[in-house]
Design a protein around this ligand. Structure first.
Ligand SMILES: Cc1cc2nc3c(=O)[nH]c(=O)nc-3n(C[C@H](O)[C@H](O)[C@H](O)COP(=O)(O)O)c2cc1C
Length: 373
């Protein structure tokens, strides 16, 4: 990974403007209930630190803020953070489980790994070396011990406020070979390997597994119900919950909650969703599969750390990426896909597409106070 020069207070104070027309239009608008408007929330969420923060609890809170900008399954944000003098402990929040799509908490612990990687990168930028250990017991926690070190800025840290899971059609442009090599390097990690596909024939093969998984999920009422429970159909719902999947982020219109069920019945169909994934994968430059050596919580956390590095490296290159996990979420399809990948009895953990494309309206996060224990 390319190193950058040290951070200046100015760089740390850089703030990122909202990147979407919806975000820009809504700036300063509130919903009249004391909550910020969507645009305000986006602007205050997706930014670097507002000012130079030296040390102490303010710095620890800021590291947690960076951690919460990580990806999480259905944007459940299934994490809690315990702050001590030189230690941050990342804990699972089992009240945010998704038992249908994620019965064994694979995605939940992967999400904790994503948050951990952001925290480590931010700590390094602020002059703190982060030692991560996965004692996991008794609370299934991730312990991050912080030690003074020379500040180390990186492209990955700088990319944290710009990373997005972009559920759009991309523009089919290929990614230069050197960038593919750097992406692979960023994505590989402790006990985690990746397979990268850019060949059209292979991408068509993989699309079939995604379609098979998607069809199974769309025909599973419990899956659809759980997904709906996490969809925020309008800005007011998003601003209220500050979690979940904003419909506009998936390219869908926003509408009042009471019409959601009626509209979904017609607009959210197996064929429609399968066509969308065909377009999305065919317009992508490549696909990446993550596979961990260990099929346990420690292995899943490592996968999350690796995804986060891949996502930040691709963001730093101006690329977009999005999960197409249908092929790894349905057990029967996952077993067939593992055979395709030739990985024996190992589990394919995550599947993503990447390429060049537009940004979509952004996700939001809950306030820091809600994730501290
Ligand atoms: C373990 C894991 C699994 C995910 N699976 C999917 C998926 O199957 N489809 C999808 O569109 N997004 C998936 N996501 C992305 C999340 O929905 C996304 O991170 C969340 O909505 C927040 O959006 P953001 O990453 O753009 O901030 C997944 C994320 C994680 C960490």
């Amino acid at each position: 990974m390319r190193e950058r020069r040290l951070l200046t207070p100015r760089q740390l104070g850089k703030s990122v403007a909202p990147t979407t027309p919806a975000g820009i239009a809504a700036i300063g608008r509130s919903h009249g209930n004391g909550n910020p408007g969507y645009g305000e929330l986006v602007a205050s969420t997706w930014r670097h630190a507002n000012s130079r923060i030296e040390k102490g609890s303010e710095l620890l809170r800021e590291l947690v803020r960076y951690a919460t900008l990580a990806a999480s399954s259905h944007n459940t944000q299934p994490w809690r953070f315990k702050l001590e003098a030189d230690r941050i402990t990342v804990l699972p929040d089992f009240s945010r489980r998704c038992p249908v799509v994620d019965p064994d908490d694979h995605h939940l612990f992967t999400s904790l790994g994503c948050a951990t990687e952001n925290l480590v990168l931010a700590a390094e930028a602020y002059g703190l070396h982060a030692n991560v250990s996965l004692p996991l017991q008794p609370e299934k926690a991730i312990q991050i011990d912080l030690e003074s070190a020379t500040p180390r800025d990186s492209d990955l840290f700088q990319a944290i406020p710009d990373r997005q899971c972009t559920r759009a059609t991309y523009d089919s442009k290929p990614v230069p070979t050197e960038q593919l090599a750097d992406l692979e390097l960023a994505a590989k990690g402790e006990g985690v390997s990746v397979q990268l596909f850019t060949d059209n024939k292979q991408m068509e093969d993989i699309l079939e597994y995604v379609i098979a998984g998607n069809s199974a999920q769309m025909n599973d009422d419990d899956f659809v119900q759980e997904l709906k429970d996490w969809i925020r159909f309008n800005e007011a719902a998003l601003v209220k919950h500050r979690d979940g999947l904003f419909s506009a982020s998936s390219g869908n219109p926003t509408f009042p909650n009471w019409v959601a069920n009626i509209i979904l019945k017609f607009a959210f169909t197996e064929d429609g969703e399968n066509d969308k994934y065909r377009d999305q994968i065919r317009s992508s430059a490549g696909i990446i599969a993550f596979v961990s050596e260990r099929n346990d919580k420690a292995g899943w956390i490592q996968v999350g750390k690796c995804y986060q590095r891949f996502a930040l490296q691709s963001t730093a290159f101006g690329l977009r990426h999005s999960f197409v996990n249908q092929a790894v979420e349905v057990p029967e399809v996952r077993a067939q896909f593992a055979r395709y990948l030739g990985i024996g009895d190992k589990r394919p953990n995550l599947l993503l597409r990447f390429g060049f494309g537009p940004l979509m309206p952004r996700s939001v996060r809950r306030p820091i106070d809600q994730v501290l224990v």
